[in-house]
Write a protein that binds this ligand. Structure first.
Ligand code: UDP
Length: 456
């Protein structure tokens, strides 16, 4: 299928969600399908749109989303998802119908693949009588856990009582009730409702997962019981696809030169991803925790991620002088390159699923400090089940931070975690190599789309 020359390529339309952790895997899926002989059309919102210059091999169809950058940036996640879907249904239908009108019957769209949170694309596919599939960019373990939310709610677990937060959830080892903490996502009814909408596979022929079978075999099997469609775990997608630029923010590559100067496995890399924010008080605790740990650190403070400030204006007085060259603070890194650097000894992460997969792929042990939603569940699996990280739970304070960093980077405990992470890295390498589970799954996926046997 690779070199089709002037032959017509079947068109696949990809509908990414305009959030960093969703956009990257979708664009990389596009690269993978393009290498299998498909022509790729990215139907994207104008808010947080991908840069077409980074992907000259794709066509781009902007969806007039009527969101406005200001409104979108200010909205909470739930409101953004709902507004985005409401606003996109009609224009997405229109631009795809227009595309179909322009092309003859031999040059038609063979499938729409949409991000699970761009759920309205399922209705659009219905209307246009096109086959569709869903890309899941979060962990199967999280999906399996959220399947239990309606039951837990019916059994009276919500709102969560303080005295029960540490209780294990029956049948969901290693999760505790507090791992379902929902305060930051809205009330439980909203969450159950939005989960039901995003988990509705409607007419989808398959679910494509950014995960690896060796990591989530059991969770995938559990979720499969709820969704009787084909599953394709093809992750980590960034390791399947050749490196490409999918970042919405400009990375500061000076940090790579700083890393070159540090001793192997000595640096703690700190990032809370593209969405989470922190309070000034947390900034101060993190700063002094890093300072007191005595380890070198690379810290991403995303502009706007500290409430009430533009960037690092609220860093405590004396901090910069105390740490000097031992600390490197940047606005955004080329994270995958950072994690692959030999100087990095640990990743303090908010446990977004991409970050988790990226860390596992490079064998970097983690400090798990989730901020919201599925990150809580990922953190628990990373630390208690896959044992590739330490869960830094509870109140954030400088003493705990410094101790946890030392435990991970210096102690025997940390060495064991690093060994587990390295074992995961090797297994993951095998999964994406020729004949591995993700490699084979991608081939099967391409075959299925080409078969023309997808239900419309
Ligand atoms: N990322 C990056 N540079 C940074 C911080 C994050 O490139 O300085 C990337 C990271 O590699 C990952 C994505 O941003 O691919 C974040 O996705 P994730 O699912 O981890 O978290 P989210 O941002 O969705 O909360």
């Amino acid at each position: 299928m690779e070199n089709q020359g002037m032959q017509r390529r079947p068109h696949v339309v990809l509908v990414p969600a305009p959030l960093q952790g969703h956009l990257s895997p979708m664009l990389e899926l596009g690269t993978l399908l393009h290498s299998k002989g498909f022509s790729i059309i990215i139907a994207h919102t104008i808010f947080n749109s991908p840069d077409p210059c980074n992907h000259p091999e794709f066509s781009f169809l902007p969806i007039p989303d009527n969101l406005g950058d200001q409104t979108a940036a200010a909205a909470n996640l739930m409101t953004l998802i709902i507004t985005m879907n409401n606003n996109c249904e009609a224009p997405l239908t229109e631009i795809l119908a227009e595309f179909m009108k322009r092309n003859d019957q031999h040059d038609q769209i063979c499938c729409i693949i949409y991000d699970m949170i761009m759920y309205v694309s399922g209705a659009v596919a219905d209307k246009l009588q096109l086959p569709c599939m869903i890309l899941r960019t979060s962990a199967a373990s999280a999906a399996a856990a959220y399947e239990h939310l309606p039951r837990l709610n019916a059994e009276g677990y919500f709102p969560l009582q303080d005295s029960k937060l540490q209780d294990l959830v029956p049948g969901l080892h290693p999760l505790r009730l507090k791992d379902f903490a929902t305060a930051d996502m809205g009330n439980i009814k909203d969450i159950i409702e939005i989960s039901a909408i995003t988990n509705n596979t409607r007419n989808a022929s398959a679910l494509i997962w950014n995960t690896v079978d060796h990591l989530e075999h059991t969770a995938l099997a559990l979720v499969q019981q709820a969704y009787p469609v084909k599953f394709f775990p093809i992750g980590p997608i960034h390791k399947m696809a050749p490196p490409s630029s999918t970042s919405l923010l400009q990375a500061d590559s000076n940090c790579m030169a700083w890393l070159d100067k540090q001793a192997p496995h000595s640096v703690i890399y700190v990032s809370i991803g593209s969405i989470a924010i922190m309070e000034e008080k947390e900034l101060a605790e993190i700063a002094w925790g890093l300072a007191n740990s005595s380890q070198p650190f690379l810290w991403v403070v995303r502009p706007g991620s500290v409430r009430g400030s533009e960037w690092i204006e609220l860093l405590p007085e004396g901090f910069k002088e105390t740490v000097g060259e031992r600390g490197c603070i940047v606005k955004w890194t080329p994270q995958r390159k950072v994690l692959a650097h030999v100087a990095v000894g640990g990743f303090w992460s908010h446990c977004g699923w991409n970050s988790a997969l990226e860390s596992i792929s490079e064998g970097v042990p983690m400090i798990c400090r989730p901020c919201f939603a599925d990150q809580n569940i990922n953190a628990r699996y990373l630390s208690e089940f896959w044992k590739v990280g330490l869960h830094m739970d509870g109140q954030l304070d400088r003493v705990k931070i410094a101790t946890t960093i030392k435990r991970l980077i210096m102690d025997k405990e940390g060495l064991e975690i690093r060994q587990n992470a390295n074992a995961m890295k090797e297994k993951t390498k095998l999964s994406v190599a020729k004949g591995g589970s993700s490699y084979s799954s991608l081939n099967e996926l391409a075959k299925l789309i080409l078969s023309n046997q997808l239900p419309k």
